[in-house]
Every structure is written in structure tokens, then in C-alpha cells.
Design a protein around this ligand. Sequence first.
Ligand SMILES: [Zn+2]
Length: 367
Amino acid sequence: MSLDGVVRCEANHLGTHNPSVVAVRLLFRYRYVVAHIKRFPMKTLNRLFATVMGATSIALVASFPTVNVQAAAPMISAQPAAFYTIKVGAFEVTAVYDGGGPLSPTLLHEDAQRVLTMLESNYLPTDNIQGSIAGFVVNTGSKLILIDTGTGGQGTKTGKFMKNFRAAGYQPEQVDEILLTHLHHDHVGGIVGPDGQALFPNAVIRLAQSESDYWLSPSNAQRALDGEKDDFEVARKAAKPYEDSGRWSPFQAGELIDPGIQALALPGHTPGHTGYQLTSNGHTLFIWGDVVNFAVVQLPRPSISVDFDNNPVQAAKTRAALLRRLSQEGALVAGPHMPFPGFGHLRVQAQGYAWIPVTYSDAIVQP
Ligand SMILES: [Zn+2]
């Protein structure tokens, strides 16, 4: 190291570049070396050192207030933008976080004590379950497609989809299509702004015909129980600007939506609830919508439905069959309510299934 390097190193170590402080420290540290090179007797050198110390002591005292202590860095206090991208063949698929919040375990159709035990064994609080909401961007190379869009909420906990979508490098006007798994507010809410305008000016909305028919039926809305009335209202408001501009385009169950994107009917959670299978260059990803809402409970015990399931018995049947199929295939799976970013595989265990999340990579890779 050069002399300049030694001085800089010492200055950094001391936390100050005050020349007096650095000079004294250097002289003290290297006085034996100096003695050897210059053939000074140590006694003479120590006397010289004492003289320098005396001469610089006033400067030293004056310099103390300028010494910087580097430990007091401010707390970060907030997470950075939340998105995560993987490769599926030639596609890039990005999970975009909308938010989350506490959900009551009583939403689960299961004995409360048994639920509590499952939460405890997963090191989770027992009074609430932290929910997570995400949507997905599929960049096929020729089209930009969204699968679900979060809540569009204005609260502090949710409604972050658009901010995170932009942070991932995309703009709303680039989106060609939005595929909806269903019309609950945490999936469709993000397509419209608070004043009801379409937030994706060029996107065509695709969803199962049966889902569109159910939620947009005025007579169904009228018959809805109090707890469901909001869901009908949200669906109607979200659909309006897209219907008005001819961009609300339902499909029949099982339709091939785009090259490499197949819709699969998964009824139960809602009447037209749909999953999407992406296939590119022999690789697949299955996005399952709300087949699973509470992973730590419903993967080990797929028979447990939730209050959000429109038809709990049918939902459990759909869940059991899909989980069996995906685990047998060793399929890569994504779910908007799986722990973010929500990409993973299923492994059969003694009871039900375990979730194996994909391993983080700072390169965009095929999991
Ligand atoms: Zn949902």
C-alpha cells in the first residue's frame, strides 16, 4: 500500500480526516518502523513523539467535535417495490404485490381449535392470518398480459399493484389483455380507478362467460345477501368502462386464450372461477386463482373451504382434484394468495401437501 493509501486507511479507521489526528496516530503506530529506517534510538524517537503530542494536543481538542461516528444510520422503515420475475420458457412472468392484511381464522370452515394448532405449528399468530394479494404480468414477447390486478384499494395495506407494476418497468398502456381468475374485488378491483375510469386504456378484459354472467346479473345482485352485495357492486363498476368501450370479452370454458395460454374452469370459489396454464418451450406455470386462500391450513387439509367460497362443497372438490394433479405433474404453480411472490411446487406429505417456494434468484431464471 502507498503512503497515501496508509493515510487514507488510517483516516477511515479513525472516522475522521482531520490531519492532526491522523498524523499523531500514524506516528504512534509506525514509530518502531521509523526508528529502524532512520536508525534513531527509540529514546530519541519517543521524546520526539512526546513533543509532537504536546504541539498537536490543542488541535486535537479542537478537532474532537468534527469526529464522525458512522453508526447512527436512519432506519429504512419501508420495504422497496415488491415484484419478482421468473422465466417460463420464452415468457417472463412477474408477480406484482398489491398488499396484505390480517384475516380472521374464523373464515375457515374448520374446528377453531384444530386451526389454532395448525397456525401455531407454522409459527403464525393465532388471532389472525396475514393475507397476501398479488397479480401477475405475463410478457410473451409479443403481448403484455395481466392475470388479476389486485384490489385497486386506496388504503395503506392494499392497492399497491399499480405502483409495483410500474416499478417492475411496465406502463398501463402497454397491456394488451387482462385475464381474470374471477370477479372478487381483490382480483378485478385494480382495473379501474376511484372515479370509475379504466386504468388500462388499451387492454381487453377476458374472463369466463359464466363468471361475467353471474356477477353482472341485476337479479343476482338484487337477491344477494348483505355480505355479498358489495361484491356485485365492485364487479359492476369494474366492468362498466370496459363494456362501454367494447373491451369486455368473456370466453367459453376451456378456450385457448392466446398461444401458450389455456383457461381451465375451476368452479366453486365462484361460479366461473378460472385457472390459467401458461406453456412455452415445454415449460409450464399454472396460476390457480383462489383455489387456495390459506395455504398453511388448506394445503395439508384441502377439504377445508372458506367463507369466500361461493359453493364450499364444490370448491373443496375442485381443490382436491387440482392439487392432486399438479403435485403428480410436479407442476410449477402460482397463486395470488400464496406467500409473496407466490411461485412454488407442491409436495405430497403424510397429510395433504407441503408448499415448496421457489428459491430467490437475482437473475431471471426458470425455477
Ligand atoms: Zn382472492
